[in-house]
Design a protein around this ligand. Structure first.
Ligand SMILES: [Zn+2]
Ligand SMILES: [Zn+2]
Length: 256
């Protein structure tokens, strides 16, 4: 399994993009910084997009990639839970700001949408996909992706602390999770459903207690303004847990 981090941050600039992960060139999780990261040819290879939740930094490029597929007469598969589907059809692809790509063109709509149920394994483009609920301000699922050769990735999406129930469902070799802010923003993180380095440490300790091991950990969703400080605090967590924890960056390649 080859994982490319297209967008690794919660804010966009010349040097940072919203969250998006590309697996083996064909499967995408979250569509924050998706289209601006890929050539048209690379976009055309994408078979399916999984969405974790409705926040704009995770779905913003859905209309953009749909327009590119529409203009080629191609279709794209998008998967999410019911709340994300409701938000997309009500507020985004509603025919006012962006075309209704779920209904147009009438004879063969650009977006083929499939609903995902948490805790029910789906076969998608040759991968086993398991959606697991996490703790965020809106309904959010993480995705465990298992390849045909048995490599396992779990990406939490945006989440706050309290993941013990989630850890019971997954057994990844690589965990991609979020750290949005530094330790001094712990109250903000708990209220808004995000992690800090010290909250991540507690969650990883919980993971180790439940699963008996720690996976390789890669962190995304950093606030760029706080990133240097987050990096320092994460290094201390990695040392304390004696485990690999690295901050992702745009263009980062991970192999499983
Ligand atoms: Zn969010
Ligand atoms: Zn986010």
């Amino acid at each position: 399994m080859n994982i490319q981090v297209l967008g690794a941050h919660n804010c966009e600039s010349q040097n940072s993009r919203f969250i998006s992960l590309l697996i083996d060139d064909i499967l995408v999780i979250d569509a924050g910084g998706l289209t601006s990261s890929l050539s048209f040819a690379a976009q055309q290879k994408i078979k399916a997009i999984l969405l974790t939740h409705q926040h704009y930094d995770h779905i913003r490029d859905v209309p953009a990639i749909a327009m590119n597929f529409y203009l080629c007469g191609a279709t794209i598969n998008i998967y999410s839970t019911q709340p994300v589907y409701n938000a997309l059809t009500t507020y985004l692809l509603d025919g006012k700001l962006y075309p209704k790509f779920l209904e147009q063109p009438q004879e063969n709509p650009t977006i083929k949408f499939s609903l995902i149920k948490p805790y029910k394994i789906e076969q998608i483009e040759g991968y086993s996909v398991l959606a697991v609920k996490v703790n965020h301000a809106v309904p959010t699922v993480g995705y465990q992706i298992t390849s045909s050769d048995g490599k396992i990735l779990f990406y939490t999406g945006d989440t706050g602390p309290g993941l013990a129930g989630c850890w019971e469902q997954v057994s990844p070799q690589l965990l991609i999770t979020e750290v949005t802010a530094t330790n001094k923003y712990e109250e903000f993180a708990k209220e808004s459903g995000h992690l800090t380095p010290s909250l991540l440490r507690q969650e990883l300790t919980s993971f180790q207690g439940i699963k008996g091991y720690l996976p390789q950990v890669v962190v995304v969703h950093m606030n760029p303004e706080l990133e240097r400080e987050i990096e320092t605090e994460i290094a201390a967590v990695a040392q304390a847990l004696n485990n690999s924890i690295t901050l992702a960056y745009e263009g980062m390649q991970l192999r499983l």
